[in-house]
Design a binder for this molecule. Structure first.
Ligand SMILES: [Co+2]
Length: 193
């Protein structure tokens, strides 16, 4: 099954129909809300990535202690599971999943994209991660090692993606604006297009 039309689609359709039939919400309102959540700016995480791309000390901190790097950006982490950050390079690519449920560092990345919680994503990330990535348009060269990491209630993972070529002169703000949630779990790769 295509992950982008994952298992919740039929349920969503049924609930949407019911809510609009009862006059609670119109289908347009539901679609608008859904699109707002799916396309919400990743915000804090993207700022952390952009800073790591431009500041070697911060990058080192981020990779050695994600929680302290988040706190350095005024993101409150008290009471949150520790955050680990894995760097994607031209040799190794990390893909984050929660195989058990949908653990996700919300404080950093906001609400997870709808597909992150789907059974299809959780299963395929383990069984066929390269095929899963291809559905997102991410084709890894065969020599790149793919590591799938499992976020849990006790430890959350985030990816530090590679900085796209051609962004040497970009400001932090401009860099942060191109980093999407999928880039920070490794399903997509930041692009300047
Ligand atoms: Co979980």
């Amino acid at each position: 099954m295509n992950v982008l039309e994952a298992d919740g689609a039929a349920l969503l359709k049924a609930i949407t129909k019911l809510l609009s039939a009862k006059g609670v919400l119109t289908e347009a309102e539901i679609a608008q809300q859904r699109s707002a959540v799916d396309n919400a700016p990743p915000g804090q995480g993207a700022r952390m990535v952009a800073r790591a791309w431009t500041d070697a000390d911060y990058r080192a901190q981020l990779l050695s202690d994600g929680s302290s790097a988040a706190e350095a950006m005024n993101i409150p982490m008290r009471g949150m599971p520790p955050l680990g950050v894995l760097e994607n390079t031209d040799e190794v690519h990390h893909l984050v999943v929660c195989t058990l449920c949908s653990c996700y560092p919300k404080a950093i990345l906001g609400y997870p994209p709808y597909w992150y919680k789907s059974a299809a994503y959780r299963a395929r990330a383990v069984r066929d991660p390269r095929g899963l990535l291809a559905e997102f348009g991410t084709i890894l060269p065969p020599q790149v090692k793919l590591r799938v990491v499992d976020s849990t209630a006790d430890y959350r993972w985030m990816v530090l993606p590679r900085r796209p070529d051609g962004t040497q002169d970009w400001s932090i703000e401009r860099l942060a604006a191109i980093v999407r949630p999928g880039d920070m779990v490794g399903v997509t790769i930041p692009t300047t297009e």
